[in-house]
Ligand binder design. Structure first.
Ligand code: HEM
Length: 450
């Protein structure tokens, strides 16, 4: 029961679950998030000073009110100590604007042939007829696609370093018994810093060579090297500092999402068949894929969106409340943590009828509430929303179409995976089996369909 606030300044605390505490949360975070939303409503309290925004309205509000609910700095790849100090907020804004020139939907659409010829390597490399652990293969292919998207012809130099950054990330986010203060140089943090330095040392000569030759490149790095009218040229330090995190982002979350998508294709063969039929429109030569082909993959895109609704890989986003403030009629105390939960927002029957059912058609249906703000939060919203949303959607849509067109997928009688929720919703250990559809037919539609 919440205590209603009044004009005398008494606080209006969000409700709590009777037995809600971190121990119960650690045992089953998804189940508890669902119970919190069902039994307490839009905003609830996990422990004193830890609030959960559980439905579309408050989630959207927290993510948009970045002054009241700032995003804490990511501990994964913090800026390295350097002579000029950490990038200023102006430099960060400039770097983001520059990256976005290379990541916005039109820029992604213009490079879709290159993306498709990278993603098709996943279907090419999948050993058929036996159970295969699929996430490492997905990650390997998507790392090539992502690093190529950022750095074009310099990708082969940087790819081994990018893979090591991913390893460092995995070590860092592994749950541990103790959470050490940020300044303690744990072995995981030292390893992370070494990999970050190695990546930056490999990137620096590329940045200098491109700048001195004047051939800046048409990729995301090229966009960062171009001076803008508003800010001028970005400093070398700001370019180098921001790129390790973005580089890992191009393939880490997308491979988690792709794992969920392939699992759904195995579980819902009717959806896989419909995607396979739609993918017959793709050209035989993946490099010839155009933005028109991508546009036409409407059902495939709806499947990707539906899986991201049901299993948003970033299912819980963290914000702070440095000052006392209000959220949906409740008082949020200064110094609190506010957890924004796309997972429960996506399972709200008021926004998504029959919310637990896999029904991609809901995204094709005009009556669907997708236009309403806050109802689809897989990529967040507001000033910190995902920079790579267009790239991720393109990569996942093409990869899903190519794979479903070539293979029937199945999972074993027992689930060959675990669901983890600690650093994102993922299926480690996912094993799937691929069998080739229709023997003798070419992998994709004949040339006439191009
Ligand atoms: C299916 C794939 C992806 C999902 C589900 C996803 C999800 C998200 C979400 C929910 C956020 C917001 C985090 C928050 O508000 O705290 C975010 C931020 C971000 N994403 Fe993604 N992402 C994906 C792919 C990518 C890709 C491919 C890139 C590559 C450029 C990328 C780069 C970023 C960056 C740089 C941010 C931080 C933005 C900021 O803090 O200002 N993401 N992503």
């Amino acid at each position: 029961m919440s205590v209603r606030g009044d004009l005398m300044g008494r606080v209006n605390e969000p409700p709590r679950l009777p037995e809600g505490n971190f121990a119960a949360w650690s045992r089953d975070r998804l189940a508890m998030a669902r119970r919190g939303a069902d039994e307490c409503g839009d905003v609830w309290q996990l422990e004193s000073g830890v609030y959960v925004a559980a439905t579309a309205g408050p989630c959207e509000e927290v993510l948009h009110r970045a002054q009241d609910f700032p995003k804490p700095p990511s501990p994964l790849f913090p800026p390295l100590k350097r002579a000029g100090g950490a990038p200023t907020s102006e430099e960060r804004a400039h770097a983001r604007a520059a990256r976005m020139r290379g990541l916005r939907p039109q820029a992604v659409a213009a490079r879709i042939g290159e993306i498709a010829s990278g993603t098709v390597r996943f279907a090419d490399q999948w050993p058929t007829g036996r159970d295969v652990e699929i996430l490492p293969l997905l990650r390997s292919v998507l790392a090539e696609v992502g690093v190529r998207y950022l750095f074009s012809e310099d990708a082969p130099t940087l790819l081994p370093f990018a893979r090591q950054l991913f390893v460092a990330r995995e070590v860092l986010v592994r749950p541990t018994r103790w959470v050490w203060p940020g300044w303690v140089p744990t072995p995981a943090r030292r390893f992370r810093t070494r990999q970050q330095v190695a990546f930056i040392n490999a990137l620096r000569p590329i940045v200098r060579r491109r700048r001195s030759s004047g051939r800046l490149g048409d990729d995301v790095l090229g966009q960062m090297l171009r001076p803008s009218c508003r800010y001028g040229a970005l400093s070398e330090g700001a370019i180098l500092d921001t790129l390790p995190g973005i580089t890992v982002a191009t393939f880490e979350t997308p491979s988690r999402a792709a794992g969920w998508i392939l699992l759904h294709l195995a579980r819902h063969p009717w959806a896989a068949d419909r995607i396979a039929a739609e993918a017959a429109l793709l050209p035989a030569d993946a490099a010839a894929t155009t933005s028109t082909h991508l546009e036409r993959l409407q059902y495939t895109r709806a499947v990707v969106r539906e899986v991201l609704r049901l299993q948003p890989p970033s299912w819980l986003l963290t914000r702070r409340a440095p000052r006392r403030t209000q959220l949906a009629d409740y008082t949020i105390n200064a110094g609190s943590t506010v957890l924004v939960c796309p997972y429960t927002a996506h399972r709200d029957a008021r926004e998504h009828p029959d919310p637990d059912r896999f029904r991609p058609e809901r995204w094709l249906d005009d009556s669907c509430s997708r236009a309403k703000p806050g109802v689809f939060l897989a990529f967040g919203t507001g000033p910190h929303s995902c920079e790579g949303a267009a790239l991720a959607m393109a990569v996942l849509t093409v990869l899903t179409a190519q794979t479903a067109h070539r293979y029937h997928l199945s999972d074993g009688p027992e689930p060959g995976y675990r669901v983890t929720t600690f650093e994102g919703l993922a299926t480690p250990g996912l094993h799937l089996r691929a069998t080739v559809r229709g023997r003798g037919s070419p992998p994709f539609g004949d040339k006439a369909s191009t």
